[in-house]
Design a protein around this ligand. Structure first.
Ligand code: ZN
Length: 470
């Protein structure tokens, strides 16, 4: 069965068939690096990171581009406030964005494409649109004449006439019609500028994405992603620019949009000042817990952020990690030699969870459902562990967690071999045992207490002492 995706363009679930066989070209609206990344941004980027990872898991060769809007009003205004140049601000905040997202496990992007490095392509597209009669120059700026593109509104399902009175459009006396949008903005004092056939100026926001995408993907490509609030006017304008220029439809075959992260019913955003920086969240929670919180929802669903749901996510994720650690421990200390019916049961559960994982992910990347299968699987694994399993079955279980974890970006810590730490811990546990045998309780207690201080618990089980991270 092919993957089914929900396409915003058709408002339908569709079978996923890339334009060029196995190759998938994917573009996601990137950041405007003028401030810190918050959890609302992270929700979108982690969703698309997971989607890219799953497509690769299913054998597609994905080329994933994120643009970097390193020239725009936000950056210019911020630069006026702080005295740092736009380029300095963009460099600083882009670096921080990458740090935050890397911590959360985003590693699927092939290319970060800077707007300022694609000005020639942008100028060329604008010239093409003027030549075809879709755009006009006015006092050094260039505008796209929305009324000329009859299909404007087909992505966001808006009717042009309704956009006109009091719509969210920039007031600008240079425009012929209020709904027209800027492709090129004429120079204003103190702003960064580039040369163009219309004099010095800078690119508009929407044209940046079409120019970058076409530079790498050609006139049509497979997936364009972004947050829901970008559908209009940003993505709608992209469709208009690209299809007006090339005449090829659709510009993008599948449009995917992520639901917002809400705080008390309102979107987490800079403007509402209700945001939580990823950096701050990382001080309180393990990166894996934050990632789990974000992927434990379907990407299209809005998520309500509260301290309680994050705490619940933490507990849920810890239950899964504990199972993984139980399996690792059993592999080291308790693997049985003889197969029993428990092994058969667990082998069956492994096959089942892999199949259900794929079914859920094939169904428009339903990570929430996939994770629910993982909980069911973990319950079965824990029950079987108490009766003992062979090495073969234990390795099968671990492989399932690793495979699913790689796609969802989870369990890195629980599964990866921590050889040095394991070795040191084994040594300390042995030293403590030895001290206890010699009735040197001062030393054995000190070892236990010192480990507790750094968050490591020693437990005495029927199979001997074992340790775990709190
Ligand atoms: Zn964009």
């Amino acid at each position: 069965m092919a993957i089914q995706v929900y396409n915003t363009l058709t408002r339908k679930m569709e079978e996923f068939e890339p334009l060029h066989g196995n190759r998938v070209n994917m573009f996601v609206c990137g950041v405007t690096p003028y401030d810190y990344t918050h959890l609302g941004h992270a929700k979108t980027y982690i969703a698309f990171d997971t989607i890219a990872k799953y497509l690769r898991y299913r054998g597609y060769s994905v080329f994933y581009i994120q643009n970097v809007t390193d020239v725009d009003d936000h950056l210019i205004n911020r630069s006026k406030e702080t005295g740092e140049s736009e380029a300095e601000l963009a460099e600083k905040f882009f670096k921080l964005f990458i740090e935050d997202m890397t911590a959360l496990g985003m590693d699927s992007v092939n290319l970060y494409a800077y707007a300022t490095e694609h000005v020639p392509e942008i100028v060329e597209q604008i010239e093409g649109l003027i030549k075809k009669g879709y755009a006009y120059e006015s006092n050094g700026s260039v505008y796209f004449e929305v009324g000329k593109f009859s299909e404007f509104g087909k992505l966001s399902k808006q009717v042009l006439e309704k956009l006109r009175p009091g719509a969210r459009v920039e007031v600008d006396e240079n425009k012929r019609n209020p709904e027209d949008f800027a492709l090129w903005k004429a120079e204003k004092p103190g702003e960064p500028t580039w040369d163009s056939p219309w004099g010095k100026g800078r690119p508009g926001w929407h044209i940046e994405d079409t120019a970058i995408a076409m530079a790498y993907f050609g006139e049509q490509y497979d997936i364009h992603g972004g947050a829901t609030e970008l559908i209009f006017p940003h993505h709608e304008s992209e469709v208009a620019q690209a299809e007006a220029l090339t005449g090829k439809k659709p510009f993008v075959k599948y449009w995917l949009h992520t639901g917002v992260l809400n705080v008390k019913g309102e979107k987490m955003s800079k403007s509402l000042n209700n945001f939580w920086r990823v950096q701050e969240a990382l001080e309180e929670y393990e990166p894996d817990v934050l990632r789990f919180f974000l992927v434990n929802a379907h990407y299209r669903s809005p998520v309500d952020y509260t301290d309680e749901v994050l705490e619940e996510a933490k507990q849920g994720y810890e239950r899964l990690v504990e199972t993984v650690q139980n399996v690792r421990f059993a592999l080291k200390m308790q693997a049985k030699d003889e197969r029993t019916s428990e092994d058969d049961e667990v082998d069956k559960a492994v096959k089942e969870v892999m199949q259900k994982f794929e079914e859920s992910m094939d169904n428009d990347f339903n990570t929430r459902e996939a994770i629910s299968h993982l909980f069911t699987f973990s319950t079965k694994v824990n029950a079987a562990l108490s009766k003992g399993l062979t090495r073969e079955s234990l390795e099968g279980v671990l492989k399932a967690y690793r495979t699913i974890g790689d796609v969802l970006g989870l369990f890195k810590k629980g599964i990866e071999k921590e050889d040095v730490v394991d070795g040191l811990m084994e040594f300390l546990v042995e030293m403590r045992e030895k001290a206890r045998e010699e009735k040197n309780f001062e030393v054995s207690d000190e070892i236990r207490d010192r480990l507790a201080k750094i968050g490591i618990l020693l437990e005495d089980t029927k199979d001997g002492p074992r340790w775990k991270k709190r």
